[in-house]
Ligand binder design. Structure first.
Ligand code: UD1
Length: 418
């Protein structure tokens, strides 16, 4: 079984260039389903979730060609309106193809999506919104059969919670609908702004990107466009955390400063020095990190739930006690069980976790439980004394491009055993 071997206790030093944003490219690839012209997307990360999205596009009848970090897509001759169960199960964001397919073809057939197991991840907000736009949905317990008689109708939708996926699905469905859709309590994540910028370049009429009220005026058709996606803020935070946990000095290139405000604040609390200049960020970590009193995850612009595992992993070796409150997903501490094998002191109680920093972690055999939880184990392995192994790399490969190569470039001893 493929696994990482990590010889820890080495201070990382050097430079790393951040990949394009996973959560942008996934929604933008789904958006190409709406386009009747060629799309060229730059800065695309080479990760498993992108491979799955490309498979979906090809299955639907699209032309997709990859050249380095660019992906060329032409969905002019889209033929199919269903997504095979296997591809739906591979990743959570397969569900946002639903809004795009139903909008373009007036019918769609999908099953419930897979992805990281972070507690129940229902899609009720997505389906309720589509029903309000005129989609008839029939479920047989496994698959969803969706059809719209005439055209999707713009309407007012108020989300019960600012869900990222539901916001994207509604935007995709509303772009080619009749009339205007007003979406309130929308998610404000930068990747949604990225999606909207791309759609507007293709001829969509969407206002309010980055705010909680988005207005989408339906247009009859979209063209294609050439677009470069934003840097991945979670991957950037991962390399910053790798520098921090190892007491290192890491220059992270190709970042978007404005998207890293929350992580920078937290790293400064841990007494890391941070210097930002243009699209670069230098982190200089102390020998031992100062703990964080309380870190609460929240929707954007709050502290991202995707960075919770990274910071918690850092705090296992901080000089004292830290506490965490996870407010987005109900079961996002699964990976902590693996960290306990390394001698970490972590006490989880529902959405709260307390971490008592220890002086040294020791190597252990671990398995990734989900994407960011897997990255948290890698961080701990970089710090631990001895050689750790981490299995179930598929979780990590879904979202990180060349993680081991990038960490090796910083002086880590990490090897993938195939
Ligand atoms: C997206 C991101 C993921 C990130 C998460 C929160 C992608 C591909 N994934 O996931 O990396 O961790 O946002 O920032 O962009 N919910 C419902 N009903 C719904 C939809 C959501 O109850 O119909 C709940 C979820 O169970 C969860 C919360 O809303 O508790 C937030 O989920 P959501 O924002 O939808 O996350 P994803 O889009 O799945």
């Amino acid at each position: 079984m493929p696994h990482f071997l990590i010889e820890g206790n080495r201070r990382l030093k050097g430079e790393v260039c951040v990949q394009g944003a996973k959560n942008s490219i996934l929604s933008i690839l789904a958006a190409t389903v709406l386009c009747s012209g060629q799309c060229i997307i730059h800065n695309c990360p080479d990760i498993l979730d992108v491979d799955f999205s490309i498979e979906i596009l090809k299955y639907l009848g699209g032309f997709v060609y990859r050249e380095g970090k660019s992906i060329i897509v032409n969905m002019e001759n889209i033929k199919r309106y269903d997504i095979p169960d296997r591809l739906m199960k591979e990743m959570r964001s397969s569900i946002i193809f639903l809004g795009a397919i139903i909008s373009r073809l007036k019918k769609a057939q999908v099953s419930l999506p897979g992805g990281c197991q972070l507690g129940p991840r229902p899609i009720d907000f997505h389906l309720e919104a589509l029903k309000n736009m005129g989609v008839q949905i029939h479920e047989d317990g496994v698959r969803l059969f969706c059809i719209v008689k005439e055209k999707l109708q713009g309407t007012k939708i108020v989300l019960p919670f600012p869900s990222v996926g539901a916001t994207e699905n509604i935007i995709l469905a509303a772009t080619l609908a009749s009339g205007e859709t007003i979406l309130e309590n929308a998610a404000r994540e930068p990747e949604i702004e990225d999606l909207i910028r791309f759609l507007n370049l293709c001829g969509a009429k969407i206002k309010g990107a980055g705010t909680s009220k988005i207005a989408i005026k339906g247009v009859p058709k979209l063209t294609g466009a050439e677009y470069k996606i934003i840097p991945d803020r979670i991957a950037a935070a991962t390399y910053m955390a790798a520098g921090a946990i190892t007491g290192g000095e890491v220059l992270v290139r190709n970042i978007s400063r404005i998207h890293l405000n929350e992580i920078v604040k937290v790293l400064k609390m841990c007494k890391c020095g941070i210097i930002m200049s243009g699209e670069n960020l230098l982190i200089k970590a102390p020998e031992r990190l100062t703990p964080i009193k309380k870190l609460k995850t929240a929707v954007y612009p709050g502290f991202p739930t995707d960075m919770q595992a990274l910071i918690l992993s850092m705090m296992t070796v901080a000089k004292g006690k830290s506490s965490f409150e996870e407010n987005v997903f109900s079961d996002r501490y699964k990976y902590t069980k693996e960290l306990l094998k390394m001698g970490a002191q972590i006490y989880v109680n529902g959405k709260n976790a307390i971490v008592e920093g220890v002086e040294q972690l020791h190597a252990a055999d671990m398995a990734a439980t989900d994407l960011r939880g897997g990255a948290a184990l890698v961080l701990a392995g970089l710090k631990a004394q001895g050689i750790s192994s981490i299995r179930r790399l598929r979780h990590i490969d879904r979202g990180y491009e060349k993680l081991e190569e990038n960490l090796s470039g910083l002086g880590a001893k990490i090897k993938r055993i195939s």
